[in-house]
Design a protein around this ligand. Structure first.
Ligand code: MOS
Length: 729
């Protein structure tokens, strides 16, 4: 049976606490962890499949134009080469679009340097790679039509994206302000840089396409692939139990999956296609570069009357996604006179899509640096400035907030860090050749929910199985779903098997937008409730009078092990839907960052010396995995602040730093001991679990805190991220 639960009002039941098992929230290890660290958890490319041919993608070497001819003859004569395929079904799409929603990029029409144009298939990987490098392709090259974001004429080609917020008169508020800041910040393109490259093995049995692939959102990916191949979704099975990171880059299917699928159908044998690291950089997706004008108009006490956040971003022609830079600016701070807008330029670089915390990651980073500028201009402690600007209700939509722990996070974080905002003048503290400074920022990220189903089966042997096509991209989904079922059914987590990542299971929410745990977890809870009711019925009691503990059902003075009580397995499917609660409440996660940096007086090198993050993200379903997500986000903040930047060659549009040697993500030596505190919170509007999103909050604003600490250290206000040493000298 399927039980539907629609989230349209706050759910005050607090079911998990009522169960009193002490399983939920516990910092349990991930059950998949030891298999992963021992190297026995198979990732997409690692399945051993007999007769599997190997494919290597060939990418375009022009920015804009058309493939005129692929000279496959010489390559087909090479040893082991089976095929050169450039089939129209090998389309690529933006990860955000989904089937039918975003433009199809035809394989022969080149829109960016690095676009996949062909697949070479051979008996071995080495043969395929050799042939791929020798494949000659003739192009007709169009005017590259690159539109730099800062050029005058780029304005002409901008289109407004989404509904701008235009409220009151910001210009007048700026004129009348006691303290005003009008600054423009820029951020560069970012790569997702997931550890596991995009990889797929496709098999075709004449009717069904089965693929092992590295994906975040199976139920959508199944439709996308079916759509690309001209099949029905039921003819596509995707298997993705282990995923080595996604960060948005695996929300949609990528070129290696459609290419492997087409090749498998054409050749009648399994085909594996693994992108090289360079190919992942060149053709999967990027976070758009941004330019952000921020205007803050405050009264003498630092209270905002005017708030402006206008952003310029880019994407390929036709794509439906624009980095939603102003997302948290809509509700974070007060200011009756508001202007928020996003303008989208069309440029010929790889697709811009969701990279961890699309919008807030770069939006909060710049907003929080601008807030620091206002703190300095007004002489108010940056923490106090933020506390004064927490609005009563959503400043433009008038909605009430659900739970919001921003003030607590600011206070708790300040306390733990030992924040002293009394002297914000730069160049005050020097230790040998290092200028030392501190900085802080707020964190904020919208809360998202997604439709999800999960099946729970309680077996006569006293164990349970949870099944969903939900993915675990390294975030702890296996652990959390087991804990929810354990809490609800009174079973220790080791008695529960969680099976994920297969479209044969009920469609889960997928992992994206920080919605995975709250959405699929709610489906698991709903399924468990249905099972509890069946058990109560068997015992002739109300469900609320039933206690399940340690594998036993307890009702009144009866205490019966599941193994005796159950004559047959009980299976229930929970179906969770967002019924529009997000239109009745402003629901978001909040936090605060505190950072100390050293800036080398001679080299301009910045070292993050310590960093505290305090976060209010609803119920933490597993304190360990939630903390790890926050830590990971803060590490991303360090990268975004100091090193991460996609560099494109202005002559031909190719990505210059297309690997992890040249695109610098923080390594262990760049990351000090990070301090994370989860502020206790239950959000009844966030989900029936009273949990909100976790995966992305830790990055949202972190880089701003670092920029502010750099200014405090050495007095240089850098408004173009990343803050590389050359900008500080
Ligand atoms: Mo996320 S960037 O929605 O995986």
């Amino acid at each position: 049976m399927t039980r539907l639960y629609t989230m349209d009002k706050p759910d005050e039941r607090n079911r998990l606490d009522a169960m009193a098992q002490g399983i939920i929230g516990r910092p349990l290890d991930r059950p998949d962890g030891s298999a992963k660290t021992a190297g026995v958890a198979p990732y997409a490319a690692e399945y051993v499949i007999p007769e599997c041919a190997e494919g290597v993608l060939v990418l375009a070497t022009i920015s804009r134009g058309e493939v005129v001819e692929i000279e496959s003859g010489p390559v087909l004569a090479m040893p082991g080469v089976l095929a050169v395929i450039a089939d129209p079904r090998m389309i690529t799409r933006s990860a955000q679009g989904g089937a039918g929603k975003s433009p199809v990029r035809e394989i022969h029409k080149v829109d960016y340097y690095g676009q996949p144009v062909a697949l070479v298939v051979a008996e071995t990987f080495e043969q395929a790679r050799d042939a791929a490098t020798r494949l000659r392709i003739a192009y007709r090259t169009d005017d590259p039509a690159k539109v730099p974001l800062d050029s005058e004429d780029s304005h002409a080609s901008h289109e407004s994206f989404g509904e701008p917020v235009q409220q009151g008169n910001l210009d007048a508020a700026m004129r009348d302000a006691a303290h005003a800041v009008d600054v423009t910040y820029t951020t560069e393109g970012h790569a997702s840089a997931a550890m596991e490259p995009h990889a797929s093995i496709a098999e075709w049995d004449g009717n069904t396409l089965t693929a092992h692939s590295s994906l975040q959102m199976l139920k959508y990916n199944q439709k996308e692939l079916a759509d690309a191949l001209g099949l029905q979704p039921e003819q596509v099975r995707l298997i993705s139990p282990y995923v080595g990171g996604g960060f948005g880059s695996k929300l949609g299917i990528s070129a290696e999956l459609t290419a492997a699928a087409v090749a498998a159908i054409e050749l009648g044998r399994p085909v594996r296609v693994v992108m090289s690291r360079q190919q992942v950089f060149q053709c999967v997706m990027r976070r758009s570069e941004t330019r952000q004008r921020i205007r803050l108009a405050a009264d003498a006490e630092g209270r905002l009357d005017g708030f402006g956040h206008e952003a310029w971003v880019s994407n390929l022609p036709g794509e439906k996604f624009a980095e939603p830079v102003t997302q948290a600016s809509e509700f974070l701070y007060r200011g009756a006179h508001r202007t928020l807008r996003i303008d989208l330029a069309r440029i010929h670089r790889m697709t811009a899509g969701s990279v961890r915390a699309p919008g807030e990651a770069v939006g909060m980073q710049c907003l929080e640096a601008a807030m620091d500028e206002l703190a300095l201009a007004s002489g108010i402690d940056p923490v106090e400035l933020r506390l004064r600007n927490i609005p009563e209700q959503h400043p433009s939509e008038g909605l009430p907030y659900s739970s919001r722990r921003l003030a607590e996070c600011l206070k708790v974080g300040a306390e733990r860090f030992g924040w002293d905002g009394s002297d914000r003048r730069p160049l005050q503290r020097r230790e040998s050749e290092w200028w030392i400074g501190t900085g802080m920022a707020s964190a904020s990220r919208v809360h998202n929910l997604n439709e999800a189903q999960a099946r729970v089966t309680l077996s006569t042997d006293g164990t349970a199985v949870v099944e969903s096509d939900m993915t675990d991209i390294g975030t702890g989904t296996y652990a959390i779903l087991g804990q929810i079922a354990g809490e609800m059914l009174g079973l220790p987590p080791e008695k529960i098997l969680v099976q994920l990542g297969d479209t044969r299971f009920p469609p889960g929410s997928g992992s994206g937008g920080s919605w995975g745990a709250a959405s699929t977890g709610s489906a698991v809870m709903v399924a468990c409730e249905a099972i509890r009711e069946q058990l109560a019925q068997q015992l002739g009691v109300e469900e609320s009078d039933l206690t399940l503990k340690d594998g036993e059902a307890i009702a009144g003075n009866r205490r019966i092990p599941f193994t005796e009580l159950l004559k047959t397995d009980l299976a229930e499917t929970g179906h969770f839907k967002n019924g529009g609660i997000d239109e009745k409440f402003a629901i978001a996660m909040y936090g605060a960052f505190f950072v100390e940096v050293g800036v080398n007086a001679y080299t301009g090198e910045t070292r993050v010396r310590r960093m505290t993050g305090a976060f209010g993200l609803g119920r933490a379903l597993n304190a360990k995995t939630a903390t790890s997500q926050c830590l990971g986000g803060m590490v991303w903040g360090i990268g975004s602040a100091l090193t991460e930047e996609l560099v494109f060659d202005p002559r031909d549009g190719h990505l210059v730093n297309h690997d992890l040697a040249e695109y610098h993500v923080p390594v262990n030596a760049d990351v000090p001991a990070l301090d994370v505190v989860l502020v206790d919170e239950r959000d009844s509007a966030g989900s029936p679990l009273q949990a909100k999103g976790v995966g992305e909050l830790g990055i949202c604003g972190a880089a701003g805190a670092i920029a502010n600490a750099i200014h405090h250290a050495c007095g240089v206000r850098v408004r173009s991220f990343p803050i590389t040493p050359d900008k500080l000298l």
